[in-house]
Design a protein around this ligand. Structure first.
Ligand code: FAQ
Length: 312
């Protein structure tokens, strides 16, 4: 079969909503796009454990501590499913992780902002997991089978994450004036970075057009961002929090909320490694890799010993 014929058949499958599986023929660019996106997604889950992990020992009570611990563990699990999904495309996990450490591969900009107060933890659950779900529910229908199936489980867990965050904020917003002020301060700091999670505007997005043709992405960055803004307004109202945007206004003609232009300069600075916590996050990941070396060595030695015993 010629290359052109293979490509035609591949696109036909995509149009018919037949999932592409690891052993199926696929264009090399499709494979590389998936490895890039899935591995960056995996890195985001793992780096995303850091701001919240810092609060496990400082959670205000046992219940909140248990919930936060479970959430951070879930993020590790998501990272592992996603690295496994990338491996089904022939990627090498160690190489992918090294690419993150050297800055060759990205992870979500949001995790380069600090979690300064306990209200930030509730806000991360509400807004950051909320934005993640908006993007990831669409990925449950992505064209590559292993990624789509991983996303189904991940979305169920993200949904719990979002609700626990909202519930935690609800408690603060109905608490003392100081607690309410702490929640508003967290909202003020996280709102814009949460909107940046959806990526550059459609006009600036390099990969969207092709990814939509391949049905890797089902919606554009701006479409998902708009859905997130529309969903968040009434949630903020119920909490009694003000979204820090003077131009946020319902537009009857569009059937959507209008909102201010994002500070794209800040977004690209953070993506390029100059955000408030970029260096700290990579340093923490590198230290974890070094500290865990003896565990990996021991596990490998044990596996080798068992394999030798089996073959003897
Ligand atoms: N941060 O052409 P596009 C979570 C890069 S998981 C940094 O539009 P694409 C769970 C992009 O990679 C959050 N870089 O790219 C959790 C590309 O650069 P490249 C992560 C960004 O791929 C919650 C360039 O800009 N979710 O939060 C960002 O078509 C709480 C041009 O952009 C996913 O990864 C950004 N925000 O669309 C964990 C979902 N945006 O690669 C712990 C899967 C864009 O050419 C606690 N990913 N860039 O060097 C996606 O849906 C897509 O990859 C997008 C970007 C929508 C993120």
């Amino acid at each position: 079969m010629t290359q052109a014929e293979q490509e035609r058949r591949f696109q036909e499958k995509i149009e018919k909503e037949i999932k592409i599986e690891p052993n199926d023929w696929m264009p090399d660019e499709y494979r590389q796009t998936l490895i890039r996106q899935i591995s960056q997604h995996a890195h985001s889950e793992i780096v995303g454990m850091l701001p919240e992990g810092n609060w496990i020992t400082r959670a205000p009570n046992l219940r909140r501590k248990a919930v936060l611990l479970a959430k951070v563990q879930d993020e590790a699990g998501h990272g592992l499913y996603l690295y496994s999904a990338a491996e089904t495309l022939g990627a090498d996990r160690e190489q992918l992780i090294d690419d993150m450490h050297t800055g060759k591969a990205k992870y979500s900009s949001i995790f380069n902002y600090p979690a300064l107060t306990w209200a930030d933890i509730g806000t991360i659950g509400w807004l950051v997991d909320g934005a993640a779900i908006m993007n990831q529910v669409a990925l449950c229908r992505t064209s590559y089978g292993p990624y789509a199936r991983a996303m189904v489980k991940i979305c169920k867990e993200e949904s719990f994450h979002q609700r626990q965050g909202y519930e935690s904020l609800m408690k603060l917003c109905n608490g003392t004036p100081q607690q309410k002020a702490m929640a508003q301060d967290a909202m003020n700091r996280f709102w814009w970075p949460a909107l940046m999670m959806f990526g550059p505007s459609d006009a600036e997005s390099t990969h969207s057009d092709q990814s939509i043709k391949w049905k890797i992405k089902r919606f554009t960055n701006d479409e998902l961002r708009q859905s997130f803004v529309d969903a968040s307004v009434s949630q903020a109202e119920i909490l009694g929090l003000t979204i820090p945007d003077p131009n946020l206004k319902w537009n009857e003609a569009r059937g959507h909320y209008d909102f201010s232009e994002i500070n794209w300069d800040e977004f690209w600075q953070v993506v390029k490694g100059n955000g408030p916590c970029n260096k700290e996050r990579i340093a923490a990941r590198l230290k974890a890799k070094e500290d865990g070396l003896w565990v990996r060595e021991a596990a490998n030695a044990f596996a080798k010993k068992r394999a030798m015993k089996k073959s003897a």
